[in-house]
Design a binder for this molecule. Sequence first.
Ligand SMILES: C[S@@+](CC[C@H](N)C(=O)[O-])C[C@H]1O[C@@H](n2cnc3c(N)ncnc32)[C@H](O)[C@@H]1O
Length: 278
Amino acid sequence: MTTPDKSVAWYKEEIGEIPASGQDLLDRYSSIPAEDLAQHLFKMRDKAWNIAPYPCIGSWLFLKPSISQSPIYAEILARLQEKDQRLLDLGCCVGQDIRKLVLDGAPAEHIYGLDLKAGLMDAGYDLFRDRDSLRSTFIAADILDDSSSSSPELRELDGQIDIVFAGSFFHVFDWDAQMRISKRLARLMRSVPGSLVFGHHLGHVAPDTYPLGLGAGSVYAHDEGSLQRMWTQVGLETESKWRVEAELEGTGMRVGFTKEGKWGDPGRRYMRFVVWRE
Ligand SMILES: C[S@@+](CC[C@H](N)C(=O)[O-])C[C@H]1O[C@@H](n2cnc3c(N)ncnc32)[C@H](O)[C@@H]1O
């Protein structure tokens, strides 16, 4: 088996400073002794890298659960704890955000992780040392596959999910793929007002189609208006209604490719969003 190239810019040799939320997870959730930690993390990172050499693995971003940074995190936790609601982490990778929810008191059995790569979800059990204890469900499936041979485990959840978390997920897809994913989510979600999709990704001050880079196709980067336009269309095509709340944050990120294919687009912004079913 050939191992993925480690000379790429997003493979960071050193761990650097582990964000407080990730350190807390490793200490209090996984109980990994401080003296074993570095060796454990290097071993686990390489295991995940050999499965999927993504920037979030190479740059150690999986040590930074991001779900709790959402302004509605307290509401999400309360809905999981008090109302028996169910959450799906879309593109969950090694499942750091699922462990964060569980550490914060959410019932694990109401949480589902979905990812294309079964190996990443499996590596998560070793990373967080909870193979025998975590009672969440992980489903290996392609959210874009809506055929009759698509994952039966996922189809069984149709109409039962109250909350979808999508962290750094939508921004790697073009408009058409985002539409297909969103329509699939509309079917997965409970058909009642208050069901919601929330998360974050890279947006743009000039919403449009941009190159993904390396000849790998294109992505659609949103602002609030374009995201609402997309979900209005999702609603029209699925007989449902959705309201978007989103904001672009920060300046000067200089990531992603410009229209002309130059790396370091100054128009990119971090975007948080919540899409409410009405
Ligand atoms: C950029 S990572 C984000 C991981 C994590 N949510 C986070 O915030 O760090 C995107 C994840 O989505 C998964 N993914 C990509 N395409 C997918 C698809 N069509 N269906 C399901 N998962 C997919 C990838 O395997 C990867 O783990």
